[in-house]
Design a protein around this ligand. Structure first.
Ligand code: PRP
Length: 180
């Protein structure tokens, strides 16, 4: 897989340091509360498990699977709910865990959806924020890194469902996706 990577943007160590920092920030913010942490599958799985292990407080966890890129480098523009949470979030303080916020469509879909279900508060923790890709307004409360406008893979992020298991985040060589 390493041969398909043009450059490494964030090393394993840099990612783990960001997870520690974000864990502290979240813990300070939710003091005295028991949040419901919702991980957005599939991309946020590694990030979620690394951050929550840096949060020493009671919480509940759930998972929601939404998809809009369908393995490509471009958002389809339509967010599909693939698998829902099982937690009743009515009156709860919800923390959404994302790997990346790009167009903002996924986040808008999730926030609208959770508001409709009566969540008391909704905050967002994302490892990567790509403001240059924004199509709809979407703000995160806790951000790991602001990324340049490049297609990135690794640490949960895929191209055609591959590369999620890279321990770092990197830029894929353009020929890898232009030849497929
Ligand atoms: C990716 C990523 C975010 C979303 C962000 O998910 O994991 O959830 O896109 O993009 P946006 O801000 O443009 O909406 P994807 O649809 O690729 O599904 P996946 O996580 O299962 O790969």
């Amino acid at each position: 897989m390493d041969n398909d990577i043009l450059k490494v943007l964030y090393s394993e160590e840099e990612i783990q340091n960001a997870c520690k920092r974000l864990g502290e920030e979240v813990k300070d913010d939710y003091r005295g509360k028991v949040p419901v942490v919702i991980s957005v599958l599939k991309g946020a799985i590694f990030f979620t498990t690394d951050v929550v292990r840096n949060i020493d407080m009671k919480m509940e966890m759930d998972f929601i699977d939404v998809s809009s890129y369908h393995g490509t480098t471009q958002s389809s523009g339509e967010v599909q709910l693939v698998n829902d949470i099982s937690t009743d979030v009515s009156g709860r303080d919800v923390l959404i865990m994302e790997d990346i916020v790009e167009t903002g469509r996924t986040l808008k879909f999730l926030i609208d959806n959770l508001k409709e279900r009566g969540a008391n508060s909704i905050k967002v923790c994302t490892l990567l924020d790509k403001p240059a890709g924004r199509v709809v307004e979407a703000k995160s409360d806790f951000i790991g890194f602001e990324v340049p406008n490049e297609f990135v893979v690794g640490y949960g992020l895929d191209y055609a469902e591959k590369y999620r298991n890279l321990p770092y985040i990197g830029v894929l060589k353009p020929e890898v996706y232009s030849h497929n």
